[in-house]
Design a protein. Structure first.
Length: 268
C-alpha cells in the first residue's frame, strides 16, 4: 500500500466495456486513507455517478474530459449530497451544458440548501422508479447502510453492476489499485472503522435484520460492486460476509469519538 498525504486523483480504471472508475484518495489524519470514487457509464446517454471532492474539482473535470467530451454527458447521478460526492458538481455542470442531475426530492432540497447545482437541470426519481438510460435499466437499490436519507444506489441489470454509495467503504493504511491488494484482515478492520464513523447506528442494529438486508444483496449476485469508498469488488458475497459477522457487536475501538467531526472538517 502507498501512503497518502495529499488528496490525489488516480488513473481511471476500466470496470467493464461501459463502466469506468475515477478514483481518488484522501488522507484522514490519525485514521489512514480513504478512497473517494466517482464512476462513468459510457454509451448513447453517458452517466456520471457522483463528482468527488471540491479540492480536486479542476483535475477531476480535466480527467473526465479525457474520458468523454463533457458536451456529450447526459446525466449526473448523485448518490447523496455530502461534500465528497458533490464537490465538482458545479464545475462539471459548467463544462457539460446538456447534463441533467438525477436525484430524489430530498436530494434536490438539500442541493438547494447548499446552493449547489441548478434547479432547472434536475430529474427527480420517484421511490423505486427504474431509470432507463441509453437502452439500460438502472434499478434503485437502497444500500444496506448509509449516512444520508436521500442516498440512492442502483443495479445495472445489463452488466450486473451494483452501486452501493457509501456502503462497503473502508479506511485503509494506504492507497491500492485493486481490492485484491488488501489483506483480508485489513479489509475487515477498514470496513468496520469506516462504518463506525459513517453509519454508527450499525453497532445497535439487530444482527438478524441486517443479515436479511445483506442476504437480499447476495441474491442479487452482482458481478461488480461499486462503492464510493472502496476499490471495485468482483461480487458482493465477500463484503456482505464481513459486514454480517462484524456488526451488531459494537463499534471498533480504533475509531475515537472525534473521528466524525474530523471528517466533516476535512470535506467542508
Amino acid at each position: 500500500m502507498t501512503p497518502v498525504t495529499d488528496p490525489a486523483l488516480h488513473a481511471t480504471q476500466r470496470i467493464t466495456d461501459a463502466w469506468t472508475a475515477l478514483p481518488s484518495w484522501m488522507s484522514i489524519p490519525t485514521l489512514g486513507a480513504l478512497p473517494v470514487n466517482a464512476f462513468l457509464l459510457k454509451g448513447p446517454e453517458p452517466v456520471l455517478v457522483d463528482t468527488g471532492v471540491s479540492m480536486l474539482a479542476e483535475v477531476f473535470a480535466a480527467r473526465l474530459s479525457e474520458e468523454i467530451d463533457p458536451r456529450d454527458l447526459r446525466w449526473i447521478w448523485l448518490s447523496h449530497t455530502d461534500a465528497d460526492h458533490v464537490g465538482a458538481l458545479d464545475r462539471v455542470l459548467d463544462l457539460a451544458p446538456n447534463a441533467t442531475i438525477v436525484t430524489s426530492f430530498l436530494g434536490a432540497g438539500k442541493l438547494g440548501l447548499l446552493g449547489a447545482g441548478n434547479p432547472s437541470r434536475l430529474r427527480l426519481l420517484e421511490p423505486g422508479e427504474v431509470f432507463e438510460v441509453g437502452g439500460r435499466r438502472l434499478h434503485q437499490v437502497k444500500p444496506p447502510y448509509y449516512d444520508a436519507p436521500e442516498t440512492m444506489g442502483f443495479f445495472d441489470e445489463t452488466e450486473r453492476v451494483y452501486f452501493a454509495a457509501d456502503a462497503f467503504g473502508a479506511l485503509l493504511p494506504g492507497s491500492v489499485e485493486t481490492i485484491d491488494q488488501i489483506p483480508a484482515e485489513t479489509l475487515r478492520e477498514g470496513l468496520v472503522a469506516w462504518s463506525s464513523i459513517d453509519a454508527p447506528w450499525l453497532a445497535q442494529m439487530d444482527q438478524a435484520a441486517l443479515g436479511r438486508i445483506l442476504g437480499m444483496l447476495d441474491l442479487l449476485e452482482p458481478a461488480h460492486v461499486l462503492s464510493a469508498h472502496l476499490p471495485t469488488a468482483n461480487g458482493v458475497a465477500g463484503l456482505t460476509r464481513v459486514v454480517r459477522d462484524a456488526y451488531g457487536r459494537g463499534a471498533t475501538e480504533a475509531v475515537g469519538p472525534n473521528a466524525a467531526s474530523q471528517l466533516e472538517a476535512l470535506f467542508a
